[in-house]
Each structure stands twice: as structure tokens, then as C-alpha cells.
Design a protein around this ligand. Structure first.
Ligand SMILES: [Zn+2]
Length: 86
């Protein structure tokens, strides 16, 4: 009887990654602040609140990591200080 010697510990060879397939855009976002493109879920998003009459709209544009940090800092500063520019 021939014993099959199939090694299950052998890792399957990964298929070759096609280099020019990053134009799908499905998982790519453009930073709303600096326009930098990045893949994956946005690390942060700026919350925009629009008020048009009685209508209030919320928008969360994707932001890259550094811009999300900046926006968060700026938002905190806006709450902390009243930037009177006169
Ligand atoms: Zn950015």
C-alpha cells in the first residue's frame, strides 16, 4: 500500500501580486485637508456640521493621520480659546 505523503505544513505559494491594480479606489481615500491619498480606512475624519436654515447636515470627510491630528487639535483650540481677530 502506497502511503500518500502529502505535507500539510507546506505553505501554499501566494499568487503574484499585480503591481498596477491600485486604481480601484474602493479602499483608497483622499485626505480632505491636504489631498494626500492613502489606502485603507481613514485614521481620522473631520466632522463638519452644516446648518442651512432648519436643516443640519453632518459630514465626515476622510483625513489622513497627520491632518486628523491637526483638525482635532484645532477643534480643541477653538473650544478653548476665542480667537478674536479684529
Ligand atoms: Zn492630510
Amino acid at each position: 500500500m502506497a502511503s500518500p505523503s502529502i505535507s500539510k505544513s507546506t505553505a501554499p505559494t501566494p499568487p503574484e501580486v499585480e503591481p498596477a491594480s491600485t486604481d480601484a479606489g474602493a479602499l483608497e481615500h483622499e485626505c480632505d485637508a491636504c489631498g494626500k491619498r492613502f489606502a485603507g480606512p481613514p485614521p481620522g475624519s473631520g466632522l463638519l456640521v452644516w446648518t442651512r436654515g432648519d436643516e443640519v447636515r453632518y459630514e465626515e470627510p476622510p483625513l489622513c493621520e497627520s491632518c486628523a491630528e491637526k483638525v482635532a487639535t484645532r477643534a480643541m483650540m477653538m473650544f478653548s480659546f476665542d480667537d478674536e481677530d479684529e
